[in-house]
Design a protein around this ligand. Structure first.
Ligand SMILES: [Fe+2]
Ligand SMILES: [Fe+2]
Length: 192
């Protein structure tokens, strides 16, 4: 599953220059993580490129893409552009970019909140979104360091940074994010 030049041009037209360059950064970070952790490099890079492909459309358009694709999401995700652009991006990647690889689609779908039973590819895109070279927020170095320890450590550090931020800003916390964190902690405990 290669990201073709034609797909890149299409993506560039639908994103701001800043968001496009973020996507390029996520693709390169995803490629690096996939190489390090033995995951399909082309799939990781393509999912990285496309993860935010629906980020800049209105919420009602995101909802239409998700409905057309027949995806079900819970109410909290349905009503939040910050969460719904993951599922909407997967729908758009399939319908507009011709992506047929379900692992890639799932990595795009779940990049906003993760899920229990995340695959290594899903973890890579989730994590690459935090640590791509253009990211510069307080705590990003801690996540970059954790990403070198293991995928789980990196994902956990990313989720924790998000939770801290949501608490500090008095924002609602999506329950699925907490479930992802707990699942990672529990799966770590189960490794002998
Ligand atoms: Fe995103
Ligand atoms: Fe992103």
């Amino acid at each position: 599953m290669v990201m073709t030049q034609e797909m890149k041009e299409r993506l560039e037209k639908s994103l701001s220059p800043k968001r496009f360059s973020h996507s390029q950064g996520v693709a390169s970070a995803a490629r690096e993580l996939a190489t390090r952790y033995g995951v399909d490099v082309e799939a990781a890079e393509t999912a990285g490129w496309l993860h935010d492909c629906a980020k800049q459309v209105p919420l009602t358009d995101m909802q239409a893409y998700v409905r057309q694709a027949g995806y079900t999401v819970d109410r909290a995700v349905w009503n939040s552009p910050a969460l719904l652009h993951g599922p909407a991006g997967a729908a758009l990647a399939a319908s507009e970019y011709g992506v047929r690889n379900h692992h890639v689609l799932r990595a795009i779908f779940y990049h906003t909140v993760g899920r229990k039973m995340m695959s290594p590819l899903e973890k890579i895109v989730f994590l690459a979104d935090y640590i791509e070279p253009g990211r510069d927020f307080p705590g990003v170095e801690r996540i970059r360091a954790a990403a070198k320890v293991s995928l789980n450590a990196g994902v956990l550090a990313g989720i924790e940074a998000t939770l801290h931020h949501l608490l500090e800003t008095g924002s609602t916390i999506y329950i699925g994010t907490v479930e992802t964190r707990n699942w990672i902690l529990e799966s770590e405990e189960n490794i002998d």
